[in-house]
Design a protein around this ligand. Structure first.
Ligand code: FAD
Length: 477
């Protein structure tokens, strides 16, 4: 049989097909720079029909296929292994917005659209797509769907799955599944859209999606508030939800260890307090109506007054110890830049054990305390950074070694991971909240995923991908 690259060369020119190592390099190394694989070729289709042609060739030749969008995966899911037989299918040239409907409040976009470009385009029409996080300038909607990405606005709008009305996908044998209807009600059997969302490229290639749009907030009120502990932070969240009718857009937890790292590794970010506090939350509420967003004669928008009132009650009840409200868009941006740059700051700080976990909100305080005492018994002086999207129960929990002793941590890494993962199970949490499994959490998947669910997932995989060519070695142990 003619090999895959020869067959692809017969159909695609050199602008679409990369075969030399230099051209392929950026597609085979992951964002953290920890994994570098090998690919027989990188192929960059421009439309769904081409993706279908590629998949037919891959199916006939039993070639492993790694779908790739923005390549910002932090779970090692978007790059091939070192075998060299796989092709990377990059969606980056499939970046058209097919349709925006302000009346239906939907947009149909191709998988390679960069998230931030979508934000900008929709905003020009006063529309809002709320998925948002630090990688927005590079990640693409196909990858967001394939990982069911979360981010900072989940507390209000849900995960990517909740923001998607339909998808178009190409199966492992090249068939095109068109589920782009954009319907908000469609009970016609199994929901294949939801099957592809979160499947991390192991079932097929998502080529387009119909997204839910929202009204663009006309004003936002943002604060950095110092809180005594997580329990009282959550009391503040519930108070804010009640006062705003559920309009809390973001509720992010920022602990002292993170702010210390900011001071050391990213001094360009402005910490809005003179002394670094023990625990903060970054809270944002928003208004879409003129009533709430237009400034009164004192120059203050009602949404800002509402936030001030929420904080005032928070002070009285002991939920809040100190707070700074952003008084301009520039100050708000400074607060968010620091939050959105968190992964870079944490990465710059070097050796750590990182977790992307979720817990029931009412268990987080106990979990954090228990982790502190249990890990202290393994290594004294660990620095615990329980940063995260507190409003939806997701912690990007990072454990740093005692200052200047990185080797101590890695020697005990497996023991510490077991303590954390066992405890997550005990509290009814998840070992993978939003970044996905990729390759980095395969062992946790074997050990902690419900075995019946895992067996059914493998049956689904075998049905949709009988030759096991779709991102093999990822997601499923
Ligand atoms: C600085 C930074 C901050 C981050 N913050 C967050 C955060 O707050 N929340 C969060 O959820 N994630 C976060 N991430 C992780 C990452 O950005 C997300 O997982 C993102 O959704 C991946 O999108 P991507 O386009 O880069 O996908 P890629 O990295 O290219 O791919 C991710 C996975 O999806 C598969 N895939 C990609 N495209 C397709 C497709 N079209 N069809 C089928 N499968 C496909 C890949 O094979 C891979 O398994 C962050 C990453 C960085 C670097």
């Amino acid at each position: 049989m003619v090999d895959v690259v020869t067959q692809l060369k017969a159909k695609f020119d050199s602008s679409a097909l990369l075969t030399n190592d230099q051209d392929k390099a950026k597609y085979v190394t992951d964002w953290p720079g920890k994994i570098t694989g090998k690919a027989a070729a990188v192929i960059k289709p421009t439309n769904t029909a081409e993706v279908s042609e590629i998949m037919k060739i891959a199916f006939d030749t039993a070639t492993p296929v790694v779908p790739q969008s923005g390549n910002t995966s932090v779970a090692g899911g978007s790059v091939p292994d070192t075998n060299g037989s796989a092709i990377v299918v990059s969606l980056e040239r499939m970046n058209k917005i097919r349709d925006i409907s302000p009346s239906a409040m939907t947009a149909t976009v191709e998988a390679g659209c960069i998230l931030e470009h979508l934000h900008q385009t929709f905003e020009e029409q006063n529309l809002f797509f709320p998925l948002n996080f630090g990688a927005k300038g590079s990640c693409m909607i196909g990858g967001n769907l394939a990982t069911n990405a979360g981010g900072q606005n989940v507390v209000r709008y849900g995960n990517t799955r909740d923001l998607c009305l339909g998808i178009e996908a190409v199966t492992s044998d090249g068939r095109i599944v068109n589920l782009l209807s954009g319907l908000r009600k469609d009970n016609t059997g199994y929901d294949l859209r939801d099957l592809f969302i979160g499947s991390e490229g192991t079932l097929g290639i998502i080529t387009a999606a119909t997204l839910k749009l929202f009204h663009l907030p006309k004003a936002r009120a943002t604060t950095f508030a110092v809180v005594p502990d997580i329990t009282r932070a959550l009391a503040l969240l519930n108070h804010a939800q009640a006062e705003t009718g559920g309009a809390v857009e973001a509720f992010e937890l920022i602990p002292k260890v993170f702010l210390q790292l900011v001071k050391k590794y990213a001094p360009q970010y402005n910490i809005p307090f003179e002394n670094i506090p023990t625990l903060c939350v970054l809270i944002e509420i928003a208004a879409t109506s003129n009533n709430e967003s237009l400034a009164n004669e004192d120059g203050i928008a009602p949404v800002n007054s509402k936030l001030e009132n929420i904080l005032e009650v928070g002070f009285e009840k002991g939920f809040v110890l100190d707070a700074v409200i952003a008084t301009s868009e520039a100050q708000r941006r400074q607060m968010w830049d620091m939050r959105e740059g968190a992964l870079e700051v944490i990465t710059a700080a070097g050796t750590r054990i990182g977790f992307d976990i979720s817990l029931p909100l009412n268990k987080i305080q106990n979990f954090v305390e228990e982790m502190e005492s249990q890990t202290e018994a393994i290594i004294s002086g660990l620095r615990m950074c329980h940063m995260g999207h507190l409003g939806d129960g997701n912690l990007h929990y990072a454990i740093f070694p005692p200052e200047n002793k990185p080797e101590i941590l890695m020697a005990k890494a497996e023991e510490i991971k077991s303590v954390v993962y066992d405890s997550i199970g005990k509290y009814g949490g998840s070992f993978s909240a939003e970044h996905g499994i990729g390759v980095s959490k395969l062992s946790a998947m074997s050990k902690y995923k419900d075995p019946v669910s895992l067996a059914i997932m493998k049956q689904i995989k075998a049905t949709l991908d009988p030759k096991n060519i779709m991102n093999p070695g990822k997601l499923l142990p």
